[in-house]
Design a protein around this ligand. Structure first.
Ligand code: SF4
Ligand code: SF4
Length: 418
């Protein structure tokens, strides 16, 4: 599988302040020579470092809107979170028609894909009691986290594609039927609340390839949509989803679409980790479904949005009042809806080649850690003394990166030469 991360560093802006190394949930960041860098294998694209960096040195990766020019026919795939960015919105068609005015030839709502996923998930959970509790696979960062840190929980991942990928398949089919164009002349462009979706398009898990061709940020398209939004009689009737679909934008929305109260919904990467720890310890195994979102508040908390996640939630609640529960969708094409690749464990945190090597390295790490002061000060550029010890034994750092150890070494040297 291709390796890709949707966060990059602007080295000119990075001050080496170490704020990000402390916040990364997988200890993927180090600071060397006053610049942060990401150990790509460890990164799950959660976006926490983008949120926390006081100097805006961590940047999300996404495509420019000009990518539309690469295709003869383009279909916008707006995430349900897009609707949560606008004040007093009562009709999603106002946003969908503004997307056409921006230059897209067609629009396929991801909330329609979400309603398909909700319906199929509902049936799947009822007919597979042995796999419960199922963990949602909609948040790419959560799937990546489970894959690298919770291998025992992989079997609980719901084997259903994300609403984005399901919507992309149906959008391309519809565009090909309408236009007669070959697939490669049609651009399926997702309008995203978070950069992790870019990773799931470039390096998908559970499917061979994503039908999404490009990922554009909500915050890029938002200012272009605003002047084009009007409740005009000319507006086409495009909206094809209801409350269930748009509610996926906020934490608890996916779970409520299952029409089953025996669920848990958690958001924010630290809370997600706590829930997965509890599930691994079999404290919450009686549940049917666990919805986890890495971003605070759910997708409305993504780093590519413009609205405060709590305000965005309120706006979705307001919009829901004007909508049907859901629209009818054809859910018979299971090939388009279920994942078709096994999700396997990615042992990026394994320290040895085999058991013997791992035990030896672990012993060396324990011994070295004891020589460090245990302050977890971050001055060495690693998040904890333990992480520095691991870095040294794995050949990624030098023990004298610890300023306390270095001070002792220098003072010993100077005594020798007195
Ligand atoms: S938080 Fe990280 S990326 Fe931002 S300036 Fe500090 S060290 Fe650099
Ligand atoms: S995106 Fe998340 S996992 Fe990746 S480096 Fe930043 S904080 Fe760590």
């Amino acid at each position: 599988m291709a390796k890709f991360n949707s966060v990059r560093l602007d080295p000119d802006k990075c001050m080496g302040c170490i704020n990000c190394i402390k916040r990364c949930p997988t200890q993927a960041i180090r600071v060397r020579e006053r610049k942060a860098y990401i150990i790509s294998d460890f990164c799950i694209d959660c976006g926490e470092c983008i949120r926390i960096c006081p100097h805006h040195a961590k940047l999300p990766v996404y495509d420019p809107l000009s990518v539309m020019a690469n295709y003869e026919y383009t279909v916008a795939l707006p995430a349900p979170t897009l609707y949560a960015q606008f004040n007093n919105l009562e009709d999603t068609d106002i946003v969908l028609n503004a997307l056409l005015k921006v230059g897209f030839d067609d629009v396929y709502e991801v909330s329609a894909g979400a309603e398909i996923v909700s319906e199929v998930s509902r049936k799947y959970i009822v007919s597979h009691p042995e796999g419960r509790p199922f963990i949602s696979t909609a948040c790419p960062s959560v799937v990546r986290l489970v894959r690298v840190r919770f291998p025992n929980l992989i079997e609980h991942l719901l084997p259903i594609s994300s609403p984005m990928d399901v919507a992309a398949i149906f959008a391309r089919r519809r565009a090909m039927e309408k236009t007669g164009l070959p697939a490669d002349k049609i651009g399926i462009i997702f309008i995203s609340p978070c950069p992790a979706k870019m990773t799931s398009v470039k390096a998908p898990i559970g499917i061979g390839r994503s039908e999404v061709d490009a990922v554009v940020a909500i915050k890029e398209i938002y200012p272009m949509l605003l002047p084009l939004m009007s409740d005009s009689k000319e507006n086409q009737d495009i909206a094809d989803s209801g409350k269930i679909g748009i509610s996926w934008s906020k934490s608890g929305g996916e779970a409520s679409g299952l029409l089953n109260d025996n669920y848990l919904a958690a958001d924010g990467i630290e809370n997600v980790i706590q829930v997965l720890d509890d599930l691994e310890d079999e404290k919450i195994s009686q549940l049917d479904f666990i919805e986890l979102n890495a971003c605070p508040g759910g997708c409305v908390g993504g780093t590519l949005t413009v609205e405060n996640p709590y305000v965005a939630r309120a706006k979705i609640n307001h919009l829901r009042k004007y909508m049907p529960v859901s629209k009818g969708h054809d859910t018979s094409d299971t090939n388009a809806i279920f994942i078709d690749r096994e999700i396997d464990y990615l042992p990026v945190f394994r320290i040895g080649e085999d058991m013997k090597d791992s035990i030896q390295k672990m012993a060396a790490i324990d011994a070295l850690q004891k020589r460090f002061p245990g302050l977890d000060c971050g001055a060495c550029g690693a998040p904890t003394c333990r992480a520095l010890a691991e870095d040294v034994i794995m050949g990624r750092a030098d023990e004298n990166d610890c300023i306390h150890l270095l001070k002792g070494y220098i003072s010993k040297l100077s005594k020798q030469y007195q």
